[in-house]
Ligand binder design. Structure first.
Ligand SMILES: C[S@@+](CC[C@H](N)C(=O)[O-])C[C@H]1O[C@@H](n2cnc3c(N)ncnc32)[C@H](O)[C@@H]1O
Length: 632
């Protein structure tokens, strides 16, 4: 026991010596006003080079504001109503009823509308919202076309009266960063998220909840340095005591004892009763009728503008938020092919689709970088797929001619063959900095024309497989099907919601893991995926690319600081299928704030980069590309 205490003390000394953020001396700590400790005033930690980069781009003051804004959640929860099952009005009515029943929010929301002790309330902009709803905590979005979106107002930051006296700290728990970020958005504290807890905590105790955030380690990396289950004394000898100054997110009542918390794996650990930010929790509320989703994500699906009966590809789809939004916009008529490279995440898509009762979604495990499969040319093009659906001829499909024709614009044939004897096609990008596929395989001509005989029935079966996948629809079981990719021109529209740094998504309590190199890597990865998307969409189709970023992009004076999107998009415009002389295709982009392609009256959707704004995402980039006919 003595040895353990000694280690804790030693750890506290080490932490104090090596933590660059620590600014208090021991005598200052003793004199420090506890309210400075028990509050929420985090400082976002950046990789020094990234911070320098953004400081230079935005100016130190503006970037400090952006950083601060990232640590706070938006002032509302955004809900997408599953209009295939219910109506927006019915959902609003039910939410109000639930709030009344639970006596949730009501008095506090009135406070949130009138201001706060701790700082200005963050309000939803009035543009697009009817004045009659302004005092209601549950608001239907009034923007044309988005009446299936509901905002539930929250409030904060609030001062919390933590139960401390000088020399007698409150009982407390430390939660993981991910848990804290969820709690800031309205979630409860579940057992797996709890890292440490005071001694002698029993069920029903009031505990202060703070967050363990990554700190710079001695090896130049970042670490949390809290062993799960460690006992907190509320003293400076606690691990990372000083680092948690200003990192208290509220207080709650424990639903089990300390022993129960660390013995168990699941379940509610702390019922949050007093939060720095109050946002509604919608866990298990109106299941299947609503989906909690950030506004920009909803708008991404809106911008794609999918039509009933179309065939859509969602390239990086899990957990399926946008996939299901697309299927709903299509009234579940047509086909939404959702791919993700992770098996478990594909199951998430399947589960979400089943929960929302959507049958038009087919989810596959597929590396989006290998989405184009030219080996499988006896597939169906979008046009034929549509014709097939309305009972027209599939002759062109069966001959594969439409696909062959289209390849000519993308590729030049070499003499090399791959291991299966197929010729290797070298695809040449007219824009040398835009990395189009280096090498893709297509079947040998003789295989294409005079290859092994297949009956029409076999071909039809093959076509069905291409449309419906090799196995079952997601709604019938937990199996995940792999997909070998799709022939070019397979889809009417493609959504590329590319993997990204998620900078811009709030709240964020740590960003140090992103380096200049990693940000550039995201960009390279996205470009390669875009190359695939361009080939998969049929002439006259649409690609929507979206990503969450705070990289400066559109503003001319900031372009040279853009690590990814701007350069990528300007290069994409030069792509022969998107822009360039003699083609109808065009590119529209607008720094992520959805301007040009919106219909008249929809300009209120524009989210200008505004750190003090109410949005759940302060940096989101959406670009819409109309793909031109290749021979125009
Ligand atoms: C930004 S999230 C997508 C969010 C999703 N569109 C939604 O709205 O719910 C990015 C996804 O890309 C997936 N991903 C990353 N690399 C991939 C790859 N090479 N192929 C397919 N999916 C990939 C990740 O597994 C992750 O689920």
């Amino acid at each position: 026991m003595k040895g353990k205490r000694g280690r804790v003390l030693l750890q506290a000394i080490i932490n104090t010596s090596f933590c660059t953020r620590t600014t208090h001396s021991q005598s200052q700590i003793l004199l420090m006003d506890p309210s400075e400790r028990y509050c929420y005033n985090p400082t976002l930690r950046w990789n020094p080079q990234v911070e320098e980069h953004f400081n230079e781009a935005y100016g130190a003051e503006a970037f400090a504001r952006i950083s601060k804004a990232l640590t706070q959640p938006s002032c509302y929860s955004c809900i997408r109503v599953n209009t295939l099952r219910t109506t927006t009005d019915a959902v609003i009515e039910k939410i109000l009823e639930i709030q009344r029943d639970k006596r949730l929010h009501m008095s506090d929301d009135v406070e949130s509308l009138t201001g706060h002790k701790h700082g200005p309330a963050v309000e939803i902009p009035e543009n697009g919202h009817s004045s009659s709803t302004e005092t209601s905590p549950v608001i239907k979005c009034q923007i044309p076309g988005l009446d299936y979106v509901v905002f539930v107002k929250g409030s904060g930051p609030h001062d919390i009266q933590y139960d401390y006296q000088q020399g007698k700290p409150p009982k407390e728990v430390i939660v993981s960063r991910k848990c804290a970020e969820a709690v800031l958005r309205g979630a409860q504290v579940y057992v797996p998220g709890i890292l440490a807890c005071s001694a002698h905590v029993e069920e029903g105790d009031v505990v202060a909840v703070s967050v363990g955030v990554e700190q710079p380690g001695r090896d130049g990396g970042w670490s949390i340095g809290i062993t799960r289950g460690i006992v907190l004394q509320g003293l400076q000898t606690d691990p990372h005591y000083l680092e948690r100054d200003g990192l208290y997110i509220g207080q709650g009542i424990t639903t089990m004892s300390r022993a129960g918390i660390f013995r168990g794996l699941l379940g509610l650990g702390v019922d949050m009763t007093d939060r720095v930010f109050r946002l509604g929790s919608f866990n298990d509320v109106l299941k299947g009728d609503i989906f909690l989703q950030n506004l920009p994500s909803i708008i991404t699906a809106h911008v794609l503008d999918p039509q009933e009966g179309e065939r859509i590809l969602d390239m990086c789809a899990a957990p399926g938020g946008k996939t299901t939004a697309i299927a709903s916009l299509m009234k579940d008529k047509g086909e939404v092919v959702a791919v993700d490279r992770s098996h478990n995440k594909v199951m998430d898509i399947q589960n979400l689709a089943a929960e929302l009762g959507l049958k038009s979604i087919i989810a596959y495990k597929l590396d989006a970088l290998k989405s184009v499969n030219m080996n499988n040319l006896i597939g169906i093009t979008t046009q034929e797929c549509r014709e097939d659906r309305v009972g027209l001829s599939c002759q062109e499909v069966e001959s594969g001619s439409s696909v062959t024709r289209d390849l000519s614009s993308l590729a030049t044939e070499g003499t090399e063959k791959d291991t299966t004897g197929n010729k290797i096609l070298h695809v040449v990008s007219p824009v040398d900095t835009l990395p189009i596929l280096d090498k893709v395989n297509i079947p040998d001509e003789e295989q294409m024309n005079g290859g092994p005989y297949r009956s029409k029935a076999e071909l039809r079966k093959q076509n069905r497989r291409m449309k419906n996948g090799p196995g079952r629809n997601q709604s019938t079981g937990g199996r995940v099907d792999k997909c070998e990719g799709f022939p070019p021109n397979s889809f009417d529209r493609v959504l590329l919601d590319a993997p990204c740094s998620a900078l811009g998504l709030r709240p964020r309590l740590f960003t140090g893991e992103e380096t200049i190199a990693s940000l550039r890597r995201h960009a390279m990865y996205q470009k390669r995926m875009f190359d695939q998307a361009v080939q998969l969409v049929c002439p006259g189709g649409v690609i929507v690319y979206s990503t969450c970023t705070i990289n400066p992009s559109e503003n001319e004076s900031l372009v040279r600081y853009a690590l990814d999107t701007y350069k990528f998009l300007s290069l994409a415009q030069q792509h022969p299928r998107i822009g360039g002389p003699g083609l109808l295709g065009q590119c529209e982009s607008s720094d992520g704030y959805f301007e040009e392609w919106l219909r008249p009256g929809e300009q209120d959707l524009v989210q200008r980069f505004d750190p003090s704004g109410p949005h759940d995402t302060i940096g989101f980039f959406i670009a819409k590309f109309n793909v031109g006919p290749k021979d125009a």
